[in-house]
Structure formats: structure tokens, C-alpha cells
Ligand binder design. Structure first.
Ligand SMILES: NC(=O)c1ccc[n+]([C@@H]2O[C@H](COP(=O)([O-])OP(=O)(O)OC[C@H]3O[C@@H](n4cnc5c(N)ncnc54)[C@H](OP(=O)(O)O)[C@@H]3O)[C@@H](O)[C@H]2O)c1
Length: 255
């Protein structure tokens, strides 16, 4: 299926590794122009080189999404580079130390406010697009009530994000902007969180794999494919949804 993304101008946060890098690659393979960010320059440059080796036009800048002014400047310069913005994928989550006194307020900034700021900064560009879409990467942590203690704040913020996506879907539909979320279950990639768990606590890793009906963790490309579809005009009548991609881990019907 041609997803109709040739020449689409896509802004993706956190594209230097893992799910974000896979999203950039999936969009690039469909012919989209990419602008992405991460804090680490080295990882960013490697990811940009991978995208360019696919023949994609790709821009990148080191920026921390929690720095409101720098984040807004990056959105503006990415829009200038690409000549506008059609698609926004908000992928970043920053792990906050749960023992810190500022755990809750820092998680609020890292997992909720940065998405609000991104929506605000991109809105003027999306309003000018003929095929505008936003996709937010949430998590099944948003619906789980058996999270490990260190994910308590993260789960609450992801739940808030899923609610916002529903609200924004309604609010922006008549402006021609679709807004959706995807909620991955555990995703394995080299150098990622679950790679670390696999090495340090293999029993937890095996338990996580066994919790899904399919019996394994996801590959980043399996999340990226769904994001790419939701970002594309082929999902033109889909807005405000939260698509779980967890191999059947959450054991409830998804009404
Ligand atoms: N992996 C999973 O099992 C899983 C499961 C459910 C949901 N998710 C969600 O999926 C998304 C991606 O997860 P992931 O595991 O691929 O993430 P990750 O390994 O933590 O990578 C996140 C990306 O974002 C960048 N980043 C992190 N903090 C940033 C900041 N403050 N400012 C700018 N860039 C930042 C990272 O680069 P730098 O570190 O260089 O900044 C990297 O490019 C997150 O929203 C996460 O909550 C992941």
C-alpha cells in the first residue's frame, strides 16, 4: 500500500535510537523528509547518517525537550529547514530518578508538559498543511495498575497524555489535524532499557516477555509501522485513538 507520505515533512522527537530511530526510518522509507532531535550529538549524527544512506533528506539538532525556549527554537528552525511541518511524532520520554525530591515535578515536565509545548509550537505549521497529523508515543503503563514503584509517576503522566490526545483529536479535527497515540508494551533494542534488564535481571526480562500473549518483546519497527500508518493520509478517518501495540499483554477488551 502506498501510504501517501512522499515529500511529507515530518518532525520526530528523540530519533537517535530505539523506537524514535525506527519511526524516522519507517517514515523516510515512505519518502518523508525528517527533522529530529536528541540530547546526545553523537547518537544523533549516527542516526542522521543512517537516514541519509536511505536517500532521505534529514535534519537534526541536539536539544533537550525540557528546555522550553530551546525546544521552541528547534521546532522553528526545523520548520524553516523543511519548508513547513505536516507530521509530528512526539516520542521522547526521559527517565527521571525516582529517588529524587523532584521526581514528580520532573516527570511532569519530561512526560507531559513537553508534549503540550510541542503541540503549541507545531500548531501554526500544521494548520497550513493539507494533510496534518500528530502521533504521541504513550505506553501501556497508562492503563496498568501493577507497575513497579519506579514507574508510578511515569504511568500517571502517560495516562494524562492519552487523555490529552483524545481531547486534541476532538479539538483539532475541524482544523484538518488528526491526533492519535500509540501505546507500546515492552520493546527490545540493543542499548535500550530492556537490553539492560536482560543483562542485569534476566528473570524480570523473561517475565516481561511471558506477559504478552505472543510471548516476546516488540521490535521497534513493529511500533514504527503503526505510527507511520497513523501519521499517513491512509488513516484519514482515525483521530483521538490510543492504539495499544503490546502483543496482547494488557488483558482487557479494548473498547
Ligand atoms: N522501550 C520500551 O520498552 C517502551 C515501552 C513503552 C513505551 N515506550 C515509550 O516509547 C518512547 C521511546 O522509548 P525508547 O525506549 O525508544 O526511548 P529511549 O531509549 O529512552 O530513547 C529516547 C530517545 O529520546 C532522546 N531523548 C531522551 N530524553 C530526551 C530529552 N530530554 N530531550 C531530547 N531528547 C531526548 C534519546 O536521546 P538522548 O538520550 O541522546 O537525548 C533517544 O533518542 C518513549 O515515549 C517511551 O515512554 C517505550
Amino acid at each position: 500500500m502506498d501510504l501517501g507520505l512522499k515529500g511529507a515533512r515530518a518532525l520526530v522527537t528523540g530519533g537517535s535510537r530505539g523506537i524514535g530511530a525506527a519511526i524516522c526510518q519507517a517514515l523516510a522509507k515512505e519518502g518523508a523528509v525528517i527533522a529530529t532531535c536528541a540530547r546526545g550529538q553523537e547518537g544523533l549524527e549516527a542516526a542522521l547518517a543512517d537516514l541519509r544512506s536511505l536517500g532521505a533528506t534529514a535534519y537534526g539538532q541536539a536539544v533537550d525537550v525540557r528546555d522550553a525556549a530551546a525546544f521552541k527554537n528547534w521546532v522553528q528552525s526545523a520548520a524553516d529547514d523543511m519548508g513547513g511541518i505536516d507530521l509530528v511524532v512526539s516520542n521522547v520520554s526521559t527517565r527521571i530518578d525516582p529517588t529524587s525530591d523532584a521526581w514528580w515535578s520532573d516527570t511532569f515536565e519530561a512526560d507531559l508538559m513537553q508534549h503540550v509545548r510541542l503541540r503549541d509550537a507545531c500548531l501554526p505549521y500544521l494548520e497550513k498543511s493539507d494533510s496534518a497529523a500528530m502521533v504521541f508515543v504513550a505506553s501501556i503503563a497508562s492503563v496498568m495498575t501493577t507497575l513497579p514503584p519506579h514507574e508510578e509517576a511515569y504511568g500517571a503522566m502517560k495516562a494524562g497524555l492519552v487523555n490529552l490526545v483524545g481531547q486534541w483529536g476532538s479539538m483539532m479535527a475541524r482544523k484538518g489535524i488528526r491526533v492519535n497515540a500509540v501505546s507500546p508494551g515492552p520493546v527490545f533494542f540493543e542499548g535500550g532499557w530492556w537490553d539492560m534488564v536482560k543483562t542485569k535481571d534476566p528473570d524480570s526480562y523473561k517475565r516481561a516477555a511471558g506477559m504478552s500473549a505472543i510471548g516476546r518483546l516488540a521490535d521497534p519497527a513493529e511500533i514504527a509501522n503503526a505510527v507511520t500508518f497513523l501519521a499517513s493520509p491512509r488513516s484519514s478517518f482515525t483521530t483521538g485513538i490510543n492504539l495499544r501495540i503490546d502483543g496482547g499483554l494488557v488483558k482487557t477488551a479494548n473498547f
